[in-house]
Design a protein around this ligand. Sequence first.
Ligand code: MN
Length: 391
Amino acid sequence: MSLKVGAKTDVGLVREANEDSYLVDAPLFVVADGMGGHIAGDIASATAIDLISAHSDDARAADPGSLAALIKGANRAILNKAQSDPQLSGMGTTCTLVLFDAERAHIAHVGDSRAYLFRNGELEQLTDDHTLVGRLVREGKLRPEEAAHHPQRSVITRALGVDDDVHVDLSAIDVGEGDRVLICSDGLTSMVEHAQIAEMLETESDPQQAADRLVSLANSAGGEDNITVIVVDVARTDAGANPAQSGAVIAPPREDTPSEAVASVDLPADEPVRRRPIAKIFVATGILAVLALAGYAAVRFALSNSWFVGVNEAGNVAIYQGIPEEIAGLSLKEEHEETAINAADLPEFIRIDIEDGIKVDSREEAETTVRNYERFVQNEAPRPRAGTNDQ
Ligand code: MN
């Protein structure tokens, strides 16, 4: 197997600086999309790429542990740098890494940059977006087309540089001749429709031309963000590929490279927001039935075992005992614990849910939920990346 590569990064038409960084060090390819004020995002993504580049030999073993360790190392490097310089505090980056061995592509991923497989005319996304809307899509609550235009689409729930402990999604796919792998930042996917990306990958056979033209598409659609694209074509070594062409042709990895089967290993998600369907009608009907049958004392008992997270009169997120709904004008809730989280600091579509009341199974679960909101407000909310030009 040999790989032919094209890559391009571009500041786009709106941003002042390019905070994306990428690495083409075949068979290792990485895209990192930095965030943070001024130069910090740039430094975050470059720090990740530098660390991965410096330790790329560690990754050639292509086992999921070493790829995750590499990304965790980059996470630590960013945290260390941010701690040493207050101006860099709060910086972070996405990181989507693809490593090829003799027959597979191994993927390690955090954030909302993406890896895709283009095969037989079909474009398949290989990574989950670690975004709030990505989560809603996975739960079937939002259609992918709606997510693509959602105002909160770039609020990411996982990044390097946020926490000591970062969960890395790991997976691997078999690849063969004719397969094309695309790795890109959201500056491409938030501007260019899935079908348009597929069409370009279908019509443009040269990987460098394909990368250039995808960037041009994003810019002609507005270029609202930095755009980074890597296109990797898998070809047989004897396929007559011409090294003089724009892409690099590389040798297959060393024979001693272990290529042990790597199942898709999804580490536990650490999404900051736990959304639970609220069975309002069921609850209300149940309470009415209990009222009718057993009277108020029984209702009190039932309510003492019900918990929800809501917003109190001061506008803060609070833990309540009872249910959010009033029944026949009766308030059936009691504030149990107020948090320091101002509901106004949460994205609108989450706030609306909390204002309705998010029902949980226990007080412990309520506390976990508000802790997740706390982390969200501390870590993510100050860095919405869409809709604001340069924070
Ligand atoms: Mn971006």
